[in-house]
Write a protein that binds this ligand. Structure first.
Ligand SMILES: *Cc1c(COP(=O)(O)O)cnc(C)c1O
Length: 493
């Protein structure tokens, strides 16, 4: 047996020198590395060890490496920690306590159980994705959902692509390449994640003709813009903002009346797109896909994972002849959805056949319609359980708050909710008054919550950290509370 590595130099108080760092090969034979080799495999362990030693070497070069860091116990712990961190999946479950139900950065809609089961089956079993079970011939993957989409929207035909951005791109490229598309200046929106109507228009090869002004567009603005090169009139849902005050926009049916005599189609990018009248659940009103088609729109596009509550997808519904042209565009093949998307979409659409039970069966609607009283009760229960983990540095209270639907749906729509509000302890008596250090401490707490085994994502506002409980369902409450014990250690670091 070799002498322990820490004994190579007798002066413990001196910082370690680069020459004191043991070699990778030597360490790989040490007993403390053997269990890690067995657990993680040779290549990952060797790579992690190399990275670890590179870091230590840099510290040693700077004269800042304590000699104890080279002991077996310290090296073993550092290596085990590094391997465990690497092993953690990059895509992880979090608690979405931001108050935004359809949070794009947190994955938007959650799928119902029926969709989850269908996805698992499609992942693990061959399926008739493009196979006609009646005649044994080749099928079209759109056939799996187009009947349902037509039934639920009143459309003649339907198709599905990767997301709504793809739907808009494909629609414009198919129907308006090298021709003009008339859009109101008030609707030239940018959606999060670099989706801008003018840019998509350009990539689709269509020429944008802007009409009206930012706040007011009149019917004659559209009428004056229609010419020989006009491919379509397009309306875009102002998803993430509202124009209020001195405003005028032209409704779909009016645009349709102007377009008809010229034989020019009217298309609508509905953004979130809803299949049901949301006011029946006390939610703000949003024009449905069916209403938009009934108003005369020739094509409507919308997302699968916003209000619809399904997987990421872009749905295009409307006139059969236009959908047929879209399906023949080679870009359709490039933008098509995979089987997992279709597997999830079908059961979600099926739920809409029975709107009476939708608020229980569709997670998105269940969360959006959750009464503030449910969150208030939970907040009251949680405060005494969570305060000990926060220690004396912070104070936690139950408080009313406002949730957002998110993903550009109903930007003005607000939902009464309840949550937890955490303030640095000595600021508790003086909320609203700025105090040095309070903001930094909130950021530290926010980071500590993100570092929990299942990260908790809240939002900072009004010199407090807010945790909106709308998306913490009863079944997750115990797991949420259990991991708060870790918070003390993280905050102490
Ligand atoms: C969200 C949105 C899009 C983009 O939809 P994705 O499904 O995210 O690609 C396009 N247009 C409008 C109006 C939107 O609200």
């Amino acid at each position: 047996m070799r002498a322990p590595i820490t004994a190579m130099n007798d002066s413990v108080s001196m910082p370690a020198r680069p020459a004191d760092i043991p070699s990778v090969d030597r360490l790989l034979n040490q007993p403390f590395v053997q269990p890690l080799l067995a657990q993680y495999g040779r290549a990952p362990t060797t790579a992690a060890l190399r990275h670890l030693l590179d870091g230590l070497r840099a510290q040693a070069v700077a004269g800042q490496l304590p000699r104890q860091a080279l002991g077996d116990a310290a090296l073993g712990a550092a290596l085990a920690g590094r391997l465990a961190r690497e092993q953690q999946p990059r895509l992880r479950a979090v608690f979405n306590l931001t108050g935004t139900v359809l949070h794009t950065n947190l994955g938007r809609a959650l799928l119902p159980d029926s969709a989850v089961r269908a996805v698992v089956s499609a992942m693990t079993t061959p399926a008739n994705l493009e196979f006609d079970l009646a005649d044994g011939g080749r099928g079209d993957r759109d056939d799996l959902i187009d009947d349902l989409l037509c039934e639920l929207t009143g459309a003649e035909a339907a198709t599905v692509v990767n997301n709504n951005a793809a739907a808009v791109l494909l629609m414009l490229n198919t129907l308006a390449q090298r021709r003009e598309v008339v859009v109101s200046r008030g609707e030239l929106v940018e959606i999060g994640g670099a989706f801008r109507i003018p840019d998509i228009m350009q990539r689709a090869g269509a020429r944008l003709v802007e009409v009206g002004t930012t706040n007011r567009t009149h019917p004659h603005d559209y009428a004056n813009a229609i010419g020989a090169r006009t491919a379509m009139l397009m309306k875009v849902h102002c998803s993430n903002y509202e124009i209020t005050g001195f405003t005028r926009s032209v409704e779909v049916d009016e645009v349709v009346r102007l377009a008809r005599p010229h034989g020019v189609p009217v298309v609508v990018d509905l953004g979130s797109g809803t299949l049901c009248d949301l006011t029946q659940w006390g939610l703000p009103r949003e024009t449905t896909v069916r209403e938009t088609l009934a108003a005369g729109a020739d094509l409507v596009t919308f997302s699968g994972d916003k209000l619809l509550g399904g997987p990421q997808a872009g749905l295009i519904v409307g006139r059969a002849d236009l959908i047929a042209r879209i399906k023949k565009n080679p870009l359709k093949r490039a933008l098509r959805v995979g089987k997992l998307t279709l597997a999830a979409l079908e059961p979600v659409l099926r739920l809409y056949r029975d709107p009476a039970t939708l608020a229980q069966t569709l997670p998105t609607l269940r969360l959006l319609t959750r009464p503030a009283g449910a969150m208030a009760g939970m907040a009251t229960r949680l405060v005494p359980l969570l305060q000990p983990a926060l220690g004396a540095d912070y104070r936690i209270d139950a408080a009313p708050t406002i949730s957002q639907i998110g993903s550009g749906a109903l930007p003005g729509g607000q939902l009464a909710s309840h949550g937890l509000v955490i303030v640095p302890a000595d600021d508790a008596a003086a909320r609203g008054r700025k105090r040095a250090g309070g903001g930094r401490r909130l950021q530290r707490l926010e980071a500590a919550l993100r570092a929990l085994p299942r990260p908790v994502i809240g939002r900072i506002g009004e010199q407090a950290l807010w945790l909106d409980l709308r998306c913490l369902e009863d079944g997750d409450e115990a797991a949420f509370v259990a991991q708060w014990a870790h918070l003390r250690e993280t905050l102490a670091q």
